[in-house]
Write a new protein. Sequence first.
Length: 343
Amino acid sequence: MQYKLTEFSHGAGCGCKLSPGVLSEILESWDDRLQFPNLLVGNESKDDAAVVDLDGQTAIVSTTDFFMPIVDDPEDFGGIAAANAISDIYAMGGTPLVAIAILGWPVDKIPPKVAGKVLAGARKTCLNAGIALAGGHSIDAPEPIFGLAVTGKVAVNKIKKNIGCQPGDVLFLTKPLGIGLVTTAQKRNIAIKEDLDIARKSMLEINKIGQQAGDLDYVHAMTDVTGFGLAGHLLELCEGSGVSASLQFSEIPMFPFVGKYIEAGCIPGGTKRNWDTYGHNFSLPNPDTFKILADPQTSGGLLIAVDPGKRSEFSQFLTINNIESHCIGTIDEERFPRVKVVD
């Protein structure tokens, strides 16, 4: 019997995340660096992972990420969830070392052997990243949940944070937008298989380029684009760095099916929650632009701020590593609204 995993969950992928506003309320005034001076990165800038200094030269990077099914196939679900979790290590410029699994499974609704396929998909992604899936923890849950806790390492002087942008920097994005739209269409049973295949392939691709970008001194800041959408994660870059940004909408990569599913009204609930939280920080050429900018991504690409004098060199670096180069905007002096979007 075939089980469509998305039918067993109320949300999908990173669209399950709490809204930025709710998360900020939960984490208000929480900064453990005051008690633990070797904690180099904690919650203070809403970064992708925690970083702990070991000896002044090497740091440990630690993260966890999990969600409900974003696709129906269990092996793909596991592989995508693993790619999404490992991405947090890459977003810090780090090298992943080991992963452990987080599994919640409705054993009264879906056979355990299906969960085994989820783990098999995750193991395949981990092997692609060069690490072992070395155990984990599981519980009986009302909905299927899966993800990883991942440990990595990074040289202390090579850490890439989601702060540190400088006026004049250029912004690159390494994957197209539109995952939330097509997965919402899937839950409504109107998504076309070819579109789902395109999205699935993108979500399974690991962001290993972040590990290499960590060695580039002219990369000033980096984060991965997930549940808060491109707009939310860009805003974190800007607020943490005390800067603003300009986006060239026509240069933002999008999947070819984006327009079709917007027209069909397949807007995820997470898109509205995102925009209600941070939309006042944006100036848009068209009010409907938010349907793309705030679209929740799962296993999305990296958003990277690069020294403007190295724009061509970095573009070539991406191309050599088989990643399409998309320069989507610039970092500016601080102003309000904080992000200006132009056609």
